[in-house]
Design a protein. Structure first.
Length: 632
């Protein structure tokens, strides 16, 4: 018999796999037969795949890891075991399948493998596993998470390999064998070196090569690059760029969006997604750094850190922790460890214990399935109720600001989810209630109800009679001086005229029926309430002065994009938001708040607001959100 005739050529499409996009619209990646065939050929010397191998197809066909699983087995004449979906969700059942089918090649995401490690620890007959290779992909691998595996298995039975990859470069890009000493060295997420027919470049923002040890963005060139995105020529041009470092003309490189750096030994360390960075209260935070600190604790098997904004305007870090076998979650012990290693703004405001991290069908972390933390104390038995009226008053302020039903007078404010902005609100509330000035530094040093109440009592006891005449209100229609903060921002605005450096853009996606007239009235209500948003800044006799303008009719322009195709609609939306955020304010002419409403569909809108920083800050976002919602 002869092979059937085929009309396909190496450059024909083999498949299109969709990956999630930043806009929420999936992108179809076009991969050719040549892309897949060269992947198997280029990696053959490392793995020596053969007809004796038994593979599992653990992953969905919508995830390109399955391409490697299916054709890695069939192209070399091996056996492929299709794993039922329910078995992929049950680590114990999957471990039994590995033993029963004598599987030799296993491909896993690090998160899924953590669950398999737990199941493996419950099995006595470890020798029943026939594995010779475990290949990781799909997510960053923290080497320290493999300590429990190496406690039960030697270095080479099976051999563990970390392979970094992306759909646009055909499954895998790099290769790094893992040994037990890697785990003991705690060497982060090292992804190794490039597959031989690929080129890797780590570049700065200007696409220049960075020195060894310096982080940059990872670009991939070579034979693995996909054709591009299906029906998305604009996005293809944006991500698949000319490769200036390639020896041949016309070569391309793919911009991954991943951060990495070269190590002195030539290996590459993966540092996370450039768009995974969290920004909270002005600080840029790498969640992986916090997760690594948590995983160092012996009571932690797995950790995921994310940001949540369950209360409008109060975004905070939440740590989801899977305790080690036989251990309970001890939030105070974890907080103590993080206090020693991380600054205040990088410490989670709440800890949630999970039996296991939820996964998507592709075996990656399903962040949308992570539960909201419950506003509860870690140790109710240790509750010490307020003993004095002053402690009771302070506790009441804390409960209101932290959204708690009860707390102990010895609880640490920051361990309960507080942060610097909320601390400032507490101090402002105490100043208003008791007419005392508690320095923020003292609050940070002793952040408990008992300590704050004791200090407040001292301040009340030593307060001197105030002989200063009461402040008289000035007429609001006159020319008024500027505060120090206003002067600083006014000066910076004059220093950088026609620049948008101090714009504060906000965009809220509104889903459901919308009464645009009511929304416009709600915005007018906020403008009426806050004079700062109706203020102009002018020069008067050589000095900056402010003028509070009376409230006039405020019009909310509506831009209807609903008739456009979905892809063009999102493109126009982003362009409109980008243009609005870069339009400078005229502090002399005002107003200092601009807004527009963009209609995407009958029941889907985006409210875009832009405010100058001289009248608005990070705290103001939550205030605006709450007041606008209440007025609407």
């Amino acid at each position: 018999d002869t092979n059937p005739q085929t009309l396909a050529t190496p450059d024909n499409l083999a498949y299109v796999i969709y990956t999630s996009g930043s806009t929420g619209k999936p992108k179809g990646v076009m991969v050719t037969h040549r892309n897949v065939a060269r992947l198997l050929a280029a990696t053959k010397p490392w793995f020596n795949f053969n007809e004796q191998d038994v593979w599992t197809c653990f992953h969905s066909c919508a995830f390109d890891f399955s391409v490697w699983e299916i054709w890695g087995a069939l192209a070399y004449g091996g056996k492929l075991v299709m794993v039922p979906y329910l078995v992929t969700r049950d680590p114990h059942a999957f471990h039994a399948l590995l033993r029963r089918e004598r599987v030799t090649v296993l491909n896993q995401t690090p998160t899924a493998f953590q669950q398999l490690i737990a199941a493996d620890a419950c099995v006595d007959a470890v020798s029943e596993l026939a594995l010779r290779l475990v290949i990781f992909g799909g997510e960053a691998l923290e080497f320290r998470s493999l300590r429990a595996w190496f406690d039960q298995h030697p270095d080479d039975a099976p051999c563990l390999v970390n392979m970094y990859g992306i759909t646009e470069t055909t499954v895998h890009v790099t290769h790094r064998p893992i040994r037990q000493f890697d785990v003991e060295r705690a060497c982060g997420s090292t992804i190794g070196r490039a597959i031989p027919d690929l080129r890797l470049h780590i570049l700065d923002a200007h696409r220049n090569r960075v020195p060894i040890g310096v982080p940059g963005e990872l670009y991939v060139g070579g034979a693995g690059l996909a054709r591009g995105y299906l029906n998305r020529e604009d996005l293809t041009r944006e991500r698949f760029l000319p490769d200036p470092f390639a020896p041949e003309p016309g070569a391309r490189m793919y911009r991954t969006g991943d951060l990495a750096r070269y190590l002195p030994d030539g290996n590459i360390e993966y540092l996370g997604r450039s768009d995974d960075q969290l920004k909270i209260r002005g600080f840029r935070i790498e969640p992986g750094e916090i997760e690594a600190c948590l995983c160092e604790h012996p009571a932690v098997r797995q950790a995921v850190v994310t940001a949540r904004e369950d209360t409008p305007g109060d975004k905070r870090l939440i740590a989801y922790v899977v305790p080690a076998e036989g251990r309970d979650l001890e939030p105070e012990a974890l907080r103590e460890r993080l206090r020693e290693r991380l600054p205040e703004y990088m410490r989670p405001g709440a800890y949630v214990a999970l039996a296991q991290i939820p996964l998507t069908p592709n075996g990656k972390i399903d962040r949308n399935a992570l539960p909201a933390p419950q506003p509860a104390r870690d140790a109710p038995a240790a509750l010490v109720a307020p003993r004095t009226p002053l402690e009771e008053a302070v506790a009441e302020v804390w409960c209101e600001i932290l959204d708690l039903e009860q707390l102990s007078i010895h609880d640490n404010f920051f361990d309960l989810g507080g942060h610097s902005l909320l601390a400032a609100r507490v101090i402002a509330s105490l100043a208003k209630t008791f007419t005392i000035e508690l320095p923020l530094r003292e609050f940070f040093e002793t952040p408990t109800v008992a300590a704050v109440a004791a200090r407040a009592e001292q301040l009340l006891g030593t307060a001197q009679p105030n002989d200063t005449p009461p402040i008289q209100p000035l007429p609001r229609s006159g020319i008024l001086p500027l505060s120090f903060a206003q002067k600083r921002l006014w000066f910076l605005d004059r220093l950088l005229p026609q620049k948008a450096a101090y714009n504060v853009p906000i965009a809220w996606r509104l889903e459901g029926p919308l009464d645009t007239a009511s929304l416009q009235r709600a915005l007018m209500s906020v403008l009426t309430r806050h004079e700062a948003l109706r203020t102009r800044f002018t020069l008067h006799e050589g000095e900056p002065r402010q003028h509070i303008e009376p409230m006039h009719l405020f019009t909310l322009p509506l831009h209807d994009l609903s008739a456009l195709p979905p892809t063009e609609r999102e493109t126009r939306l982003r362009a409109s938001l980008d243009a609005a955020s870069h339009e400078p304010f005229d502090l002399e002419a005002g107003p200092l708040l601009r807004a527009q409403l963009l209609r995407l569909d009958q029941d889907e809108h985006v409210l875009a607001i832009n405010v100058h920083h001289i009248a608005f800050d990070g705290w103001s976002v939550g205030v605006l959100n709450r007041e606008l919602s209440a007025a609407y």
